[in-house]
Design a binder for this molecule. Structure first.
Ligand code: MN
Length: 303
């Protein structure tokens, strides 16, 4: 299915309230992504980091959507870079950075396939909904808005980065792992109709069943799906180094099962890992875990 992997680092630290996730791409490289993928027999190409301005060098300006201009510009440039990977016939692995990068990644995936008369699905793995808009967000932090932007809600500067609005039809999008939603975010979720599988659903049905249902949604009438994986969806006991830790997440095996199902579906079009924060980590444990998860998504098996 895929033999060439191209990695793009996006040291974006403009979308969250706490500094440090811009070191995520370095942490992933140091944790041995290249060696791991080559051991799987895949060819690997590191396309370097996108240049992203540091928050200290800019003013956030809009309090309802902080650093909107810088984030929109960065996502436009990321879109171009990811589309080039797709044009080259390689599989894109995008490493954040805060989760606002997904707007650029999904814009590329969606536009590339839309030009071929196909739509994509989306599996959004996250402790949060990321379904805020500038009008609903309590913080104005754009890393809480990317899923809404992809589904056509929120700031036009973000919603319109791809060739088609919405980038993904809400009926083909599913959010998995949620346990922390903002008050008005719930209403955005209800009005878009995007399917949400909370941690309670995972507790009740098991990750195997939840992924079966999630894949059915993301692949219904689409050419495949993008997996946007926020490391904060996993439990802080296995991933302490994340931008916004929330107790009660998926454990080590449940997290791997997400990736293994994604690979087994044969429909995974792109992968993104966001919100690794090495400042809060313990000896790069979270990035090492993330590398193992990426390898599972790329076909690594226990036997
Ligand atoms: Mn997120």
């Amino acid at each position: 299915m895929l033999s060439r992997v191209a990695m793009i680092g996006v040291p974006m630290d403009l979308g969250g309230g706490r500094r440090g996730v811009d070191m995520g791409p370095s942490a992933i490289r140091i944790a041995g992504l290249e060696e791991g993928l080559k051991r799987l027999g895949l060819s690997y190409e590191d396309r370097g980091n996108l240049a992203v301005p540091a928050p200290e060098s800019r003013e956030p300006r809009n309090p309802k959507a902080r650093f909107l201009h810088e984030i929109a510009r960065t996502c436009q440039r990321l879109r171009v870079k990811v589309e080039r990977v797709l044009e080259d016939g390689a599989f894109p692995v995008v490493i954040g950075g805060d989760h606002s990068i997904a707007i650029g990644t999904v814009a590329a995936m969606s536009s590339f396939h839309f030009r071929r008369n196909q739509r994509i699905g989306l599996i959004w793995f996250d402790a949060h909904g990321d379904m805020n808009t500038p009008d609903t967000s309590p913080s104005g932090n754009i890393h809480g808005m990317p899923c809404a932007s992809i589904l056509g809600r929120g700031a036009p500067e973000l919603v319109g980065i791809g060739d088609v609005v919405p980038m993904v039809e809400p009926r083909n999008a599913v959010i998995v792992g949620v346990r922390d939603l903002d008050q008005f975010e719930r209403e955005e979720i209800k009005s878009t109709g995007v399917k949400v599988f909370t941690m309670r659903d995972i507790d009740m049905w098991g990750m195997n069943e939840i992924m079966r249902r999630a894949l059915a949604i993301a692949t219904d009438g689409t050419c495949g799906f993008h997996l946007s994986f926020d490391m904060d969806g996993t439990d802080p006991s296995v991933a302490p180094g994340v931008g916004t830790p929330v107790a009660g997440g998926t454990d080590l095996r449940e997290s791997h099962l997400v990736m293994e199902h994604a690979f087994d579906s044969g429909k995974l079009l792109g992968l993104e890992i966001a919100e690794i924060n090495p400042i809060l980590d313990e000896r790069n444990k979270t990035a090492e875990f993330a590398v193992q998860l990426i390898l599972s998504a790329m076909g690594k098996r226990i036997i």
